[in-house]
Design a protein around this ligand. Structure first.
Ligand code: MEV
Length: 421
């Protein structure tokens, strides 16, 4: 079986050819290939949420050229914004020349909070909770015994005196390959009365925190400077401009916000395609970015000693590859097979790598020709295709209308006629 995430000319093929190529490379069977085109039936949708009246579709694409920890991965991406997939794939190609991405993830710990009120002596409550940790962890595990069978389970209890009678207990649970929201919420609900009894308070909310700071993922890469060159600028010049763009985001929260939006351009599509909770990932990412009290970039860039552009990203990434939506959504299942990860931690690395690559692509464009030219070039391709261009004609017609600065259907039809004639 031909494998790998580097597939030249993929964008020039028909959708059916692309699906065939993916099936050959990843071993998707006919049903899974079918799930890529119509991932969800109305019957399943009706069981997923309430008051369903239909389905709402978004494009499912694949990001290419990604290599993480010496393995190629084809990255499923669901997104409505043009250029995101092409930009991510293009940056991943540059990174690939520097050996690809290196990633690591924390153990899959999701944390639940138990809120208590009317705790009179916070220090004493803290000591009692610490002394009862073993009992509470055992009770939490008894509420969700399956996770223990899979090698996970409740691992640690922490507590915080938040003042004026408000006392908060954190239950840290190793959720293995699940995102873990249901699991930790169940555990928290089951032990909250006992926690209140021990601490001497009244139980309040019992719910996970999306600031999953114990479930962070870290990905690094080094793109050789020459890969960054544009027709006008040397690779070293582009590298230095990207470093300046990074410093801009590091010192200015307004820029950091948009910088991080560009990162989420790569992350959210993977989270959505694989049936995960993107609101949870978004909430965690931005809270993490602001953890110092100032909103900061999740990824930063510097030149390294050998002149390459080094980037690194770190953020919480609570993803699952079992349970939840994944159990019922055939499109999410097919996307997970496509990406080929064996653990939730591996999926977290793929999402973070896609985020880092998207950030690189955006900064390179912004620091050189600006973002619009690339957008226009892609737009021109879709106009060329609408005008009837097929295969290699698409790029040829797009080149003509971009050069003429006339990206219209008329101009594309004209160019196609000339090309064929
Ligand atoms: C647009 O979707 C994302 C960018 O604004 C990101 C950035 O400015 O870094 C281009």
């Amino acid at each position: 079986m031909e494998t790998g995430s580097r597939i030249s000319g993929f964008y020039q093929r028909t959708m059916e050819e692309r699906r065939g190529e993916l099936a050959r490379r990843t071993g998707l069977d006919a049903a899974e290939v079918a799930a890529l085109t119509g991932g969800l039936s109305q019957e399943i949708a009706d069981k997923m949420i309430e008051n369903v009246v239909g389905l709402y579709a978004l494009p499912l694409a694949v990001g290419l050229n990604v290599r993480i920890n010496d393995n190629d991965v084809i990255v499923p991406m669901v997104v409505e914004e043009p250029s995101v997939v092409a930009a991510m794939s293009n940056a991943a190609r540059m990174v690939r020349e520097g050996g690809g991405f290196r990633g690591e993830a924390d153990p899959p710990i999701t944390t639940a909070q138990i809120q208590l009120w009317d705790v009179k002596d916070g220090a004493a409550a803290k000591a009692k909770i610490t002394a009862s940790a073993e009992e509470l962890l055992a009770a939490a595990n008894a509420a969700f015994p399956d996770i223990v069978k899979f090698g996970g389970g409740a691992r640690e209890i922490e507590s915080f005196d938040r003042g004026e009678g408000l006392f908060v207990v954190h239950l840290h649970v190793d959720c293995r390959d699940a995102m873990g929201a249901n699991m930790v919420n169940t555990m928290a609900e089951s032990i909250s009365s006992r926690v209140a009894e021990i601490a001497g308070g009244r139980p309040g909310l019992r719910i996970l925190t999306n600031l999953a700071e114990r479930r962070c993922v870290r990905v690094r890469c080094a793109a050789p400077a020459e890969m960054l060159a544009t027709p006008e600028l040397s690779g070293a010049e582009v590298r230095d401009r990207i470093v300046e763009a990074s410093i801009f985001a590091e010192r200015d929260p307004y820029r950091a916000t948009t910088h991080n939006k560009g990162i989420m351009n790569g992350i959210d599509p993977v989270v959505i395609a694989t049936g995960n909770d993107w609101r949870a990932v978004e909430a965690g990412a931005h809270a993490y970015a602001a953890r110092s009290g100032v909103y900061r970039p999740l990824a930063t860039w510097r030149a390294n000693a050998s002149g390459a552009l080094e980037g690194k990203i770190e953020l919480p990434m609570a993803l699952g590859i079992v349970g939840g939506t994944i159990r019922v959504h055939p499109g999410a299942k097919a996307a997970l097979k496509l990406v080929g990860v064996k653990t939730a931690s591996e999926l977290a690395m793929v999402a973070a790598a896609a985020g880092l690559a998207s950030n690189l692509a955006a900064l390179r464009a912004l620091a050189t020709e600006g973002i619009q030219r690339g957008h226009m070039a892609l737009h021109a391709r879709s106009v060329a295709a609408t005008a009837g261009a097929v295969g290699a004609e698409v790029a040829a017609v797009a080149d003509v209308i971009v050069a003429a600065r006339s990206i219209t259907l008329e101009a594309a039809k004209d160019a196609l006629k000339k090309l064929r004639g």
